[in-house]
Each structure stands twice: as C-alpha cells, then as structure tokens.
Design a protein around this ligand. Structure first.
Ligand code: UD1
Ligand code: CA
Length: 489
C-alpha cells in the first residue's frame, strides 16, 4: 500500500473548553450532528488530510471526550491541558508532544465541523506556497460580533488579531474575522508560544497573539479569506448547533443529488454523513437515513421513514417505516406503518404491510406479512402467507423462544404461535388457532372449539334492548316464511 501520509503535517484539535453556553451535561464537542459528534467531524477531516499526527487537546470532561476520540480515531493522541486557560496554552501543550517535528501545524477547533478537507488543503497549500510563518483562515462577515478581528497594516498585511472583548470601537468595526483555524510552522510556534501574555480582558493565553509576535519578529503572516463563510461557523449554543447541523445536512443532500439520488425535499430529508445511497434512489419527504444505512439502486424511501443502520436492496419500496438494524431485500415492499427492529432480515420480494412489527425475524423470499402481525425471534420460509393478526408469543416472562415457520405455510387470521413451536412446510392453521405444539408438514392445526349457536339467547337474557327487539323481529319474519335458518352447525 502506498504511504500517502503527509509527513510534514500535524493537526491539533482544540477541545478543552467547557462550552458553557450549551447549558449541557454533555461536553459541547460531543453533541452530534449528521451522525457524528462535532469533534468527530473534525477528526474525519484530519484523517482525510492524511496528517502524520493528530492531537486532541482536552480538559473539560476529559474522560468522556477521550473515549469518544479513541472510538473514532484510535491513533489520535490525547493532550491534557493544565489549569492555565487559553487557546495559546492549549496549542503549547500539544507542541510539547511534537518534539522534533519540523513541519506545519494545522490548528482546528473541535466545535467547527463545517471546515471540509478541500478548504483546509487549499489553506495549507497557500501557506506552503507563500512560505509564510503562519496562515490564518479569515472571512468577511455581515455580523462580526463575538469573533476576533483581523487588523491589517497600511500595506494590507495582517498586523494582529484583536478579540471582541479587547477591541476598540474602530477595531470592532472591522468585518474580517479570524475563523480560529490556522497553519503555523512548528518552529514559529516553538519560538513564540512561551511568550504569550495574559494582559487581556479574559486573562487567557491567546493563540491569536502569535500573529502579532511573528510580525514583530519580521515574519510573514498571511490571511486567507474564504468565499463560503459557512465553513467557519462554530457551535457555541443550541441554536447554532441546529443551524450548523442544517448546513451540514444541506451539503450532504446536495452531494447525493449530484451523484444521482432524487431527493424531493432537501429541507425535510436528513442523511447522516455515514450513510450511502446508490444512483436512482428516490428519497421522499420527512425521511431520515441514519448511521451506516446503505440503499441500493432504484429503491424508494419515504415519505415519513427513519432507517437506522439498515441495508436496503435494489428496487425496494419503504414507505412510512421505522427500521433499525434491518436488512430489506431486493424489490421488497414495506409499509405503510411498519416497525422493523434489530435482526430483521427480509429476503427478496417479501411484502410487509401495515401495523407489522418484527424483531430478530428472518423472512424468506416472496413471503407476505400483510396486516397487524408480530414476528419476534422467528424464521419464516419462502412463499408463506402470514395471516392478519398472527402473533408469535415469544416470551414466557423468563426466556425468549423461537418460532419456525416453513415454506408455503399459511396461518389463519389471529393465529397465536406459542414459542418454541414449529410449523412444517405447507402447513396451515385455522382462524384464531392457538398453536402450542409443532404442526407437521402439510397438516391443518385447529385449536378453537366448534362454534355453538344458542337460539334466542339475546331475547331471553337482554330483554328490552334494541338488540332483543330487532332479533325478535327478524326471527318472526323467518318463522313466517322463507325456509329453514339458524340451524346449529
Ligand atoms: C477563538 C479565537 C477568535 C476566533 C474564534 C473563532 C482566540 C483567543 N480567539 O475565540 O479570534 O474568532 O475562536 O471561532 O483563540 N479551547 C481549548 N483550551 C482553552 C480554551 C479554548 O482547548 O483553554 C478550545 C475550545 O474548546 C474551542 C476552541 O479552543 O474548541 C476555541 O475556544 P473558544 O473559547 O470558543 O474561543 P473563542 O472565544 O470562540
Ligand atoms: Ca468558539
């Protein structure tokens, strides 16, 4: 395998802050959008950049953040920031773990998930092309409030960055903001980070001060202005979480549209970044395609459908369905109002109808499971027809038991299959059967007592009711004429 690692690139992801404005017990960078945590998106971007080193700086709720990072990016290194606050201190801590590294350090924020690899690769290429000591991503925005402002000198070169809280009125009027993403030459950081002051409104060691220190030392600091300001958006509160989530989703939906997927209503279609859709899939409104779901060519999903970790075969139709960890075969039709739970595997050409719930159930090719059915811990053969209202009673309060249904079996309406139980190939059950014993191949299982009609019961036991009145009239009419009726069967 070719080693295409960028050996002169280290990525440092800042994730030590508390995220106070989220008002959350969950650390800010662990809030999910589009199927990943905020920091997870940044880790994925670092992976795409093929950085030789990825370091994540943690402090607030460090164990939770460390566990999440380890799960997604086991090779990322964890850096514990000490009690000294500030983005400059955070990078300083990371640099201690990069002894001997002489390349470029790309600093990213764990709460800025929209900076994609292409944008950052071009930031890096610009930095290397210019031979700069530092290159910062900047954006010109309508409302710069809250951001650090980029102050340029008379020649238009970056002079310094001033935080909102430290800005004079004239500085605050600047609309070019620091996106908080930078590339530094490692040696530039090594030289200047130890000299950051804390004489600012927040008493913190600001990474942004490195820009001014470099300029004073006669080094070049370049600002790279992005066209699409959304790549700079960060999450500080829940309103921004939703907005950034929406922007990420819009990007994902558009990518699939350009790859040949019809998405009728992007605003109500939510596709996780981890899902995969083939060309000629159609996604109808109010549909969520989540986690590792894959959808094969020609399938139609939605409206009103949520698929979590599902596999959908070519040409399937999945309409008003909630499915989780289910495999839906080719040309299968599911819905409306069907609940497929984990372990459901539907072979090709299966039909699943309304108010059907399945769990750990394998259904063979061409089988129909049309109305009001529960299949739990069950295997169903091919071409079977599961009658309306059939229930697998799989749970005896202690253990779960399996039901096995053979090929070409037909169960009568309202059959209760008390597991463990087995229906041989071609077997049948009568309507309302309660099946407690295995049914041999080709047998008909009946468990309901023959019907008995008690003549005149209503008139005798419910006198004075409307039912008694109409029954009496009907029985008189019968007696008066038209032949024998109401015989016992
Ligand atoms: C920072 C920049 C500001 C920029 C803005 C862009 C500084 C001083 N200011 O401001 O110029 O416009 O980002 O979004 O850098 N963090 C740590 N350790 C710390 C403090 C922060 O790891 O001690 C992490 C945070 O978890 C966060 C990131 O660094 O992921 C940015 O910190 P934050 O406090 O949000 O900085 P801003 O005030 O937004
Ligand atoms: Ca921030």
């Amino acid at each position: 395998m070719a080693d295409n690692t960028d050996h002169s690139l280290a990525v440092v992801i800042l994730a030590a802050g508390q995220g106070t404005r989220m008002k959350s017990s969950l650390p800010k960078v662990l809030h999910p959008i589009g199927g990943r945590t905020l920091v997870g998106h940044v880790l994925e971007t670092a992976r795409q950049l093929r950085a030789a080193e990825v370091l994540v700086v943690v402090r607030h709720e460090r164990d939770l953040v460390v566990a999440a990072v380890a799960e997604q990016a086991p090779t990322a290194r964890i850096v514990d920031q000490d009690e000294i606050p500030g983005t400059g201190r955070a990078v300083e801590a990371a640099l201690e773990q990069l002894q001997g590294f002489t390349g470029d350090v790309l600093v990213l924020s764990g709460d800025c998930p929209l900076a994609d690899a292409a944008t950052l690769a071009s930031l890096l290429a610009g930095h290397r092309g210019a031979g700069a000591a530092a290159t910062l991503m900047t954006a010109v925005v309508d409302d710069p409030h809250g951001y650090g402002r980029v102050i340029r000198d008379a020649a238009g070169e970056v002079d310094r960055i001033v935080e909102q809280k430290d800005a004079t009125d004239a500085e605050a009027a600047v609309h070019e903001i620091n996106a908080g993403m930078y590339v530094f030459r490692a040696d530039a950081l090594r030289t200047h980070l130890p000299h950051l002051g804390t004489r600012n409104a927040q008493g913190e060691r600001y990474l942004t001060e490195v820009a001014a220190l470099l300029r004073r030392a006669g080094d070049r600091v370049v600002a790279s202005v992005v066209d699409d300001v959304t790549v700079t958006y960060g999450v500080n509160d829940r309103a921004q979480l939703a907005e950034v989530g929406r922007l990420l989703n819009a990007r994902t939906v558009r990518r699939w549209q350009l790859d040949g997927v019809t998405v009728q209503d992007p605003a109500t279609t939510w596709i996780d970044v981890t899902a995969t859709l083939a060309p000629d899939v159609t996604v109808l409104p109010n549909t969520h395609v989540l986690r590792a779901t894959t959808i094969a060519a020609g399938a139609t999903i939605g409206p009103d459908t949520t698929l979590t970790d599902c596999e959908v075969g070519a040409g399937a139709t999945v309409r008003r369905v909630d499915a989780n960890l289910a495999v839906i075969g080719e040309r299968v039709s599911v819905g409306p109002f069907t609940h497929l739970r984990p372990g459901t595997v539907l072979a090709a050409d299966v039909k699943m109808g309304s108010f059907v719930e399945t769990k750990n159930a394998q259904v063979g090719e061409g089988t129909k499971v049309p109305h009001f059915i529960y299949l739990g811990d069950a295997t169903v053969g091919e071409r079977a027809n599961v009658g309306a209202g059939t229930i697998t009673a799989n749970y005896d309060d202690v253990h779960k038991h399996r039901t096995e249904i053979g090929d070409d079996v037909h169960t009568g309406a309202h059959t209760v299959l008390v597991a463990p139980v087995r229906l041989g190939d071609g077997a049948k059950t009568g309507a309302g059967a309660i099946v407690r014993k295995d049914v041999p191949a080709g047998a008909l299982a009946l468990s309901v007592a023959p019907q008995r009609n008690i003549e005149g019961w209503v008139e005798k036991n419910r006198p004075g009711t409307k039912a008694a009145e109409v029954a009496s009239r009907a029985r008189s009419a019968q007696k008066a004429g038209d032949g024998p009726q109401g015989q016992e069967g």
